[in-house]
Ligand binder design. Structure first.
Ligand code: GLN
Length: 478
C-alpha cells in the first residue's frame, strides 16, 4: 500500500505507464499468507518491484512506449518476470521508456517524458503524505515538454525514477548501450548491467539482440545482488544464456581490496566531461588506493569508435527486428488495405515515432548489398577491436575498471533537446556503450552530489562473468 501510495504521490514525474494495483494486491496477499504461516520464498518475498515496459507481462499492457504496441497484452511472462514472481516479489507496475528503448533521456515515449526526481519540485512531504492528504497534494500535471527540468536519463528512466522515489525497492531495466546505467546515474541510484548471457532475454522485446541485457536498478549494491541472484542462470527459452548454473553471489564476508588491481582507462576522459565528474573520478580512485587496491592508468585505444560502430550495428539490428511489426501479427493495424504494401506502410508510419523510423531506414541502407561490407561488416570488425582492448587489459592483470557513468550530471531538458536522438547518444552513451560491445558486466553507483545538488555516478566494469568481484568492489565503495 505504501508503494502504491508513493506512485500516486509522485505521479507528476510520469515514471509509470501502468500501475498494476490488482496484481500487486493479490501478490502481496499471497506473500502475507505465506509469512503468517511462517513460510517464505526467500529474501525477496513480499518486496515491491517494477518492470520496464519492454518486458512481456502476461495479460498486462507491454507497450514499449510506442503507439505500435499500445494495445499489446502478451500471452506470457518474460523469464525474468516469472523468476521474480517465483521469488515472491510484488509487481507494482510497468515503467516508462523511450520508444522501443531507443534513446537516453526517456523523453521519446508516447506516454510523455519522465522527469527526474532530483531538482524536481516534488517536496519531501508530498512523497510521504498519508492517503488522506494525497489527493490535494498531487495536483501537478504529468511531466510536460514545455517546462524545463532535469531529465531522468534513459531509456529506463521510469524504472530509475520509480526506485529513486521509493515507489519500489528494485526495478528491471534493459541495457543495450547504457539504458540501465545512464538513468540510474542521473537519478542517484545503483544500476547494473550483467554479462551478456547471464540473464535471460526471453520476453525482453529486442532492440539489438547481440547487445541487449536485462538490467537491475535498486538503491544499494546489496539489493541489486539479491535481485540478480533471483533472475540469473540458464534458460531453455534463450539459447544465448550460458549453460552453467549460476551460484548465488554472497556479500556476507568482509570485502577487502588487498591485491585488487583497478585500471583507469585514459580514453574515457572525453573533452566534454565536466570538471566535477573528473574530480569525483580522481577522488574515488584515491580512496580505493588508500583502501588497499593498486590503481593504475590503462589504455582502451578504440573507445572513441564505440558509438559510431554502435550506431551502425544498432540500426542494422533494428531494421531487422522491427520487420515483425507489419500490422498483421502484433499491435496496431492500419486501415488502408488497398495492398499489402500500403497496409504495412500505413501501420508503420502511424505506429512508430521518427526515431524508430529513421533507424529502420538507415539500417536498411547499411544492409544494402552495396553497403553491407562497407558498413555492417566493418562495424563488426571494429566491435572485435573494442572487445580486444578489454581482453588486453584483463590479460595485463587488471581485475576491474573504474570510469564515470556519464559525462556530467543530469542535463536540463532544454539542453538535452538541443541535439537530435543520434547526437544525444554520442554524449550520453560514451562511457557505458563499450561494455555492451564487449558483453562485460558493469555497475554504476552514486558517489556524491554536484554543486547543483545533482548525483554524480561512477561505473565499474569487470571481465565476463566476474559479477562477484564487481559487486564486492562496488559494495566497498558504497
Ligand atoms: N541510447 C542508446 C540508443 O538509443 C542505448 C539505448 C539502450 O541501451 N537501450 O540506442
Amino acid at each position: 500500500d505504501a508503494s502504491l501510495r508513493r506512485i500516486e504521490n509522485t505521479k507528476s514525474l510520469n515514471a509509470f505507464i501502468t500501475v498494476t494495483h490488482d496484481i500487486a494486491h493479490e501478490q502481496a496477499k499471497e506473500s502475507d499468507k505465506r509469512h503468517s504461516k511462517g513460510e517464505s520464498k526467500g529474501e525477496l518475498d513480499g518486496i515491491p518491484i517494477a518492470v520496464k515496459d519492454n518486458f512481456c507481462t502476461q495479460g498486462v499492457l507491454t507497450s514499449c512506449g510506442s503507439h505500435m504496441l499500445s494495445n499489446f497484452l502478451p500471452p506470457y511472462n518474460a523469464t525474468v518476470v516469472s523468476r521474480l514472481q517465483d521469488a515472491g516479489t510484488v509487481m507494482v507496475g510497468k515503467c516508462n521508456l523511450d520508444e522501443f528503448a531507443m534513446g537516453s533521456g526517456t523523453v521519446d515515449s508516447i506516454y510523455g517524458p519522465t522527469k527526474n526526481v532530483w531538482g524536481s519540485n516534488v517536496p519531501y512531504e508530498v512523497l510521504n503524505s498519508p492517503p488522506s492528504k494525497q489527493r490535494s497534494a498531487s495536483h501537478e500535471k504529468s511531466a510536460n515538454l514545455d517546462e524545463d527540468w532535469h531529465i531522468a536519463g534513459g531509456s529506463s528512466g521510469g524504472s530509475a525514477v520509480a526506485v529513486a522515489t521509493g515507489s519500489c525497492f528494485a526495478a528491471l531495466g534493459s541495457d543495450t548501450g547504457g539504458s540501465t546505467r545512464n538513468p540510474a546515474a542521473y537519478c542517484g541510484v545503483v544500476g547494473f548491467k550483467p554479462s551478456y548471457g547471464l540473464v535471460s532475454r526471453h520476453g525482453l522485446i529486442p532492440l539489438v539482440n547481440s547487445m541487449d541485457v536485462p538490467g537491475i536498478i535498486a538503491r544499494s549494491v546489496e539489493d541489486v545482488t539479491s535481485v540478480l541472484n533471483a533472475i540469473a542462470g540458464p534458460d531453455d527459452n534463450d539459447s544465448t544464456t550460458v549453460r552453467q548454473s549460476f551460484s548465488n553471489i554472497s556479500l556476507e564476508e568482509t570485502v577487502t581490496l588487498k591485491g585488487l588491481r583497478i585500471g583507469i582507462p585514459k580514453e574515457y576522459q572525453n573533452s566534454s566531461m565536466s570538471q566535477e565528474m573528473i574530480e569525483v573520478w580522481r577522488y574515488a580512485a584515491s580512496i580505493l588506493n588508500e583502501g588497499g587496491a593498486t590503481v593504475s592508468e590503462v589504455s582502451l585505444p578504440h573507445t572513441s569508435s564505440s558509438i559510431a560502430c554502435y550506431s551502425v550495428l544498432n540500426q542494422c539490428e533494428v531494421a531487422s527486428n522491427m520487420a515483425r511489426y507489419d500490422g498483421l501479427r502484433f499491435g496496431i493495424r492500419g486501415t488502408d488495405t488497398s495492398s499489402t504494401e500500403q497496409l504495412y506502410a500505413e501501420t508503420r508510419s502511424r505506429g512508430f515515432n521518427e526515431v524508430v523510423r529513421s533507424r529502420i531506414l538507415s539500417g536498411n541502407y547499411f544492409l544494402l548489398k552495396r553497403n553491407y561490407e562497407k558498413y555492417f561488416v566493418k562495424a563488426l570488425k571494429v566491435r572485435r577491436l573494442i572487445k580486444r582492448d578489454f581482453d588486453n587489459v584483463w590479460n595485463n592483470n587488471i581485475d576491474i575498471l573504474l570510469t564515470p557513468t556519464t559525462l556530467s550530471q543530469a542535463p536540463r531538458l532544454s539542453d538535452f533537446r538541443q541535439h537530435d536522438n543520434q547526437t544525444q547518444c554520442v554524449t550520453q552513451d560514451y562511457c557505458t556503450q563499450p561494455a555492451n560491445m564487449a558483453g562485460i558486466p558493469a555497475i554504476c553507483l552514486p558517489i556524491r552530489l554536484s554543486t547543483d545538488g545533482l548525483p554524480l555516478s561512477l561505473q565499474f566494469m569487470a571481465p565476463m562473468f566476474q559479477e562477484s568481484t564487481l559487486m564486492k568492489t562496488a559494495l566497498w565503495l558504497q
